[in-house]
Design a protein around this ligand. Structure first.
Ligand code: FAD
Ligand code: 2HG
Ligand code: ZN
Length: 448
């Protein structure tokens, strides 16, 4: 490995190859602290050609490579197996000029979502995706995980924002389609294939983003409701009554109390007790929202930025508040929206007193985040039981964070033998030596 480290330094410059444990530590642990590895080196290429050279070298030497962007992923997908090279993209962060006519721009994979959002602010266009990790999560990471976030109910997940991709395959060859053509039927959709591939098929180096028209008006409402079933009914009505619905987020008193304690906030409704909280945001005028809220005594409305931020923090700060309470097991599941309330009841009954459960999520998408606090980091008994329940109720085991290392062993619960065989065939075709992110998606795909 010493020879490889020297050759990596020759490619990217010695300052951009880290081997000292104090310097590599932050790249070896995930955001929750549940996953850890010990890499041989962290390498930070400056551009696509350096990525090509790094991959070419590692492929010929049989060294595993773990692509990493902002390291905000929540399924251990950017954490290295021992001895791997972590390829960090954050120096590849150039943001190209905005094509005002098409509403598109090309961003380096290492540009953060926040930087791209800032670059287009005031143009009349905006990125159709937003999430609380915006200032660290990178465009490449968002595409590699097909991230969702609060606005997916309106604009779809990251897949819907991708107009083209440039990426480097394991052997150093390049695939590139960055013209951003709305219609392009010239063979396989490689950008589509790489979206959601979690660093197992290629290193994404640039993304052509399709922006959405910026919402002029934004009105948020935080509503306290008797139950999740009431929240589901309200979301269903909101989807029909509000063409501009931007977000429909669910949480509960369990999460509310964690956030209030962590952030030293007063209860927004003065006292606890609601069965469910629903945060709606729309670009429709407030008077379109008001009739939906008739009959609910506890609803807070905000149409200015400060007021919206105040309401949103109760939802957005769940992840950090949970981290502050312990090392969580995170299950990020999809269910038919009509079965969410029943799932919550069955999930709470199933877990009982074996863990503290915090349930919340993107209700408009039928996406629940099941956070379990208490079980040891490597005890997956409850994780598996909850995911089996999800499948029994016609859901799937990842709505937005991906499979990563966390759920690689459980993927066969969800995907058929035929699906898995096709996925493995694609993996073998694009990465025959299996150097890219071994252990992610396929538990056994390894060769360090
Ligand atoms: P990383 O964590 O560095 O990597 C994630 C995966 O992508 C890994 O498998 C890695 O190998 C791969 N990867 C990264 N960059 C590349 C690349 N250039 N080429 C190939 N593979 C690559 N997720 C949501 O979907 N919705 C949310 O609402 C949401 N909210 C969050 C809130 C908080 C506070 C936090 C901490 C996380 C949240 N996440 C959310 C999870 C996370 O932000 C996303 O998964 C994000 O897409 C990860 O981006 P990243 O740059 O940090 O990727
Ligand atoms: C969110 O929706 C993120 O806030 C993180 O996807 C979810 O912390 C989680 O479990
Ligand atoms: Zn989420």
């Amino acid at each position: 490995m010493v020879g490889v480290v020297e050759r990596l330094a020759a490619i990217v410059g010695p300052a951009h190859v880290l081997t000292d444990g104090d310097l590599t530590a932050a790249f070896e642990t995930d955001w929750t602290g549940r996953w850890r590895g010990r890499c041989a080196a962290v390498v930070r290429p400056a551009d696509r050609d350096q990525v090509r050279a790094v991959l070419h070298l590692c492929n010929s030497e049989g060294v595993a490579v773990v692509p990493q962007g902002g390291n905000t992923g929540l399924v251990g997908g950017a954490v290295p197996p021992d001895g791997a090279v972590v390829l960090v993209t954050t120096r590849i962060r150039e943001i190209g000029s905005l094509d005002e006519v098409a509403g598109q721009l090309t961003a380096g994979a290492g540009a953060t979502l926040g930087a791209v959002a800032a670059a287009v602010r005031g143009s009349g266009w905006e990125v159709g995706i937003d999430l609380a990790a915006r200032d660290s999560a990178t465009i490449g990471g968002l595409v590699a995980t097909n991230a969702g976030g609060a606005r997916a109910v309106r604009y779809g997940p990251m897949r819907s924002q991708v107009a083209g991709i440039e990426a480097v395959l394991a052997d150093g060859s390049v695939v590139s389609r960055l013209a951003g053509l709305a219609k392009d039927n010239t063979g396989y959709d490689l950008a589509g294939l790489l979206t959601g591939s979690e660093g197992t098929l290629a290193v994404i180096t640039a993304v052509r983003l399709q922006l959405v028209p910026a919402a002029g008006l934004r009105v948020a409402a935080l509503v306290a409701l008797p139950s999740t079933a009431d929240a589901v009914a309200l979301v269903s009505r909101a989807r029909r009554a509000l063409p501009g619905l931007l977000a429909a987020e669910l949480f509960h008193e369990s999460g509310m109390q964690l956030v209030l304690g962590h952030a030293s906030l007063a209860h927004p409704f003065g006292a606890p007790g609601a069965g469910a909280y629903l945060l709606l945001e729309t670009s429709d005028p407030a008077d379109a929202l008001a009739p939906l809220l008739d009959g609910f005594d506890d609803a807070l409305l905000a149409d200015d930025e400060a007021g919206r931020t105040r309401l949103w923090q109760h939802r957005e700060r769940h992840t950090e508040a949970i981290n502050a309470a312990g090392v969580p097991h995170k299950l990020d599941v999809s269910l038919p929206i009509g079965r969410i309330a029943a799932f919550e009841d069955r999930c709470l009954a199933l877990v009982g007193d074996r863990a503290r459960v915090v349930l919340y999520g993107h209700l408009g998408d039928g996406n629940l985040h099941v956070n379990l606090l208490g079980p040891a980091p490597d005890d997956e008994t409850l994780d598996e039981a909850v995911l089996r329940l999800v499948i029994e109720m016609d859901g799937c085991i990842s709505a937005e964070h991906g499979i990563g290392r966390a759920k690689a062993g459980l993927l066969p619960l969800d995907r058929s033998a035929g699906d898995l065989a096709a996925m493995r065939a694609i993996k073998r075709a694009l990465d025959p030596a299996g150097i890219l992110n071994p252990g992610v998606l396929f538990e056994d795909a390894r060769q360090t």
